[in-house]
Design a protein. Structure first.
Length: 127
């Protein structure tokens, strides 16, 4: 990876992290109950976006390498967050909220790939 491409990916990663924080904070302020809906929304929308990006890359749409790297590795890599999802699931278990922990863990496992598949279809049809 060239220094210029690395800089582009790093800048996009900063934007992805900021977007993740803003969406999570916005949802967390509006949803009561202390459940990690913000992280769920981030991971599902990120899965959808990864699918769209993959579909566009696989179709006839011309996506130069810097665009793919910035969007996929940089922005979406920083936007989605497996580690936060796992920590929030563990916190629910520690708090005795077993059902909420199961819904959080399994919900992302079902919704994430479903959103990625929907995004792939959108990307392929748009490309």
């Amino acid at each position: 990876m060239s220094p210029a491409l690395l800089a582009i990916v790093a800048a996009a990663g900063g934007l992805g992290a900021a977007a993740r924080h803003l969406l999570d904070a916005c949802i967390s302020r509006r949803v009561a109950g202390g459940r990690p809906w913000g992280t769920f929304a981030v991971n599902v929308t990120g899965s959808l976006a990864v699918g769209v990006l993959a579909g566009l890359a696989m179709s006839d749409a011309l996506l130069p390498e810097p665009v793919r790297a910035a969007a996929g590795i940089g922005f979406l890599g920083a936007y989605t967050t497996f580690s936060t999802w796992m920590v929030e699931t563990l916190r629910l278990i520690e708090g005795g909220a077993w059902r909420a922990a199961a819904v959080n863990a399994l919900g992302c496992l079902v919704a994430g790939p479903g959103a990625a598949l929907a995004g792939l279809a959108l990307g392929l049809s748009a490309g």
